[in-house]
Design a protein around this ligand. Structure first.
Ligand code: HPA
Length: 277
């Protein structure tokens, strides 16, 4: 079965499950990054689909990423939370990484909020801070659209405004209203899984990055190609290697992301409510 047929099969499966529970087609997708997944467990009335129950979905292998879609109603629309994501460093292809987003686009999704845990390259952005992703630098050495074009979008998609400006403005507006510090910055994408050396961190900063991480960019490019409106929020979990005298550890990354959960939840909930008002 070709990739497009697999996407259609997954999408039809999801729509059938939603119809059984009287949920409308999902309008907005939120991808929850490392340590941010527990947010999706706070909803009373939800439908949960494990990745391994959906045709052609691959399951993630990293701790902190369980692999589940959680559907709930916010405002007048259905929202879907993707708990856990696939990464290239796990051995997944870019088409596998983008499979959930593309299948959900076919199921009706128009808006995408990508979230992640990031290392800071900017001395003013500290662990626990949230950063609205304004733009990115794809430094992972590949383009996720490589190969035969997936007929869900054009061969040469424009990336001038990959993170939708009206969404960035809404996020800023909400942050001001709710008294949450929200920085803005450029996300620097590396393949991982090793963390960076201090020399690499200095280089990435000099090249214009504000935060560094191992996700988000393959999905943002895939989603822009598919015509979605995208917003991104990075949760700073650590300073990049060598910026302070501390070694990096994935457990600390998850712990810091969890600590930022309250303001993260406030910002994300208000954002979705605004989109669905
Ligand atoms: N580097 C790369 N990815 C990350 C980091 C980091 O310092 N922190 C969280 N994800």
């Amino acid at each position: 079965m070709n990739y497009m047929d697999q996407l259609n099969e997954a999408s039809e499966f999801i729509l059938k499950k939603l119809a059984e529970k009287n949920f409308s087609r999902p309008k907005t997708l939120v991808v929850l990054g490392s340590g941010l997944g527990p947010y999706a467990d706070t909803f009373q009335d939800s439908l949960k689909l494990e990745f391994n129950s959906i045709p052609h979905y691959k399951s993630p292998s990293v701790s902190g990423h369980s692999g589940e879609l959680v559907f709930t109603k916010i405002g007048n629309e259905t929202v879907v939370f993707q708990k856990g994501r696939l990464h290239y460093y796990e051995g997944h292809t870019d088409h596998e990484i983008n499979f959930p987003i593309r299948s959900l686009k076919l199921a009706g999704v128009e808006n995408l909020l990508l979230t992640n845990a990031s290392g800071s390259l900017n001395p003013n952005y500290a662990p626990g801070d949230l950063v609205c992703i304004n733009d990115h630098i794809n430094f992972c050495g590949r383009n996720p659209l490589h190969g035969k074009n997936i007929e869900i979008g054009p061969r040469f998609p424009d990336m001038t405004e990959i993170y939708f400006k009206p969404f960035r403005e809404i996020l800023s507006d909400i942050a001001t209203q709710k008294n949450i510090t929200l920085h803005h910055g450029t996300y620097f994408h590396v393949a991982g899984p090793s963390y960076e050396t201090p020399a690499e961190i200095r280089m990435f900063r000099n090249l214009g990055g504000d935060m560094v991480g191992m996700s988000t960019v393959p999905e943002a490019i895939g989603a822009k190609h598919a015509g979605l409106n995208i917003a991104g929020i990075a949760c700073i979990t650590n300073f990049g290697a060598g910026l302070i005298d501390q070694k990096l550890d994935h457990e600390d990354v998850k712990h810091e992301a969890n600590k930022a959960m309250e303001k993260f939840t406030t910002l994300v909930s208000a954002f979705i409510e605004r989109l669905h008002a």
